[in-house]
Design a protein around this ligand. Structure first.
Ligand SMILES: Nc1nc2c(c(=O)[nH]1)N=C([C@H](O)[C@H](O)COP(=O)(O)OP(=O)(O)OP(=O)(O)O)CN2
Length: 126
């Protein structure tokens, strides 16, 4: 399996209004470091998984609507908790809508909350 990963980051604000989250029920900020990984079993016609510039642009385009936003007010998270897991799924599905998934095995979004904690969401295409 071949993999290509690009990285970017965003600053967001949000609250997680459920007693499960303790102090994070209140409005707080976070800097999320986000890695997007495209997977292919076989390389494409140019012997790459994907052009690195194209991958970076797709990740940036998916993150731009979230950057510096209060996710409590973002339509993508209306009626649901904007956990890091939910953000990862949202970013994966956004990126998946930006390219032809033919020939790709999957796309993984990994988000680091801090150096010691991260989550990921894997979107298979086959
Ligand atoms: N699985 C997840 N757990 C938590 C998330 C999340 O998105 N996914 N988010 C948060 C908070 O938003 C925040 O990032 C951290 O909150 P905090 O309570 O300060 O931190 P911890 O849970 O690490 O520590 P405690 O020991 O519970 O204070 C929280 N969890």
């Amino acid at each position: 399996m071949f993999r290509l990963t690009v990285r970017n980051h965003i600053m967001i604000a949000h609250s997680l209004p459920d007693a499960f989250f303790g102090p994070a029920q209140g409005l707080h900020g976070a800097t999320l470091e986000i890695e997007a990984t495209w997977r292919r079993r076989e390389l494409g016609p140019h012997a790459v998984v994907m052009d690195i510039g194209a991958a970076s642009e797709m990740l940036d385009a998916a993150l731009e609507p979230l950057r510096y936003r209060n996710l409590d007010e973002h339509p993508a998270f209306e009626g649901r908790l904007s956990t890091t897991e939910a953000v990862a799924e949202h970013v994966a599905r956004d990126i998946a809508g930006r390219f032809d998934t033919e020939g790709f095995a999957g796309l993984e979004i990994l988000i680091r909350e801090n150096p010691d904690a991260w989550v990921s969401y894997d979107l298979p295409f086959e």
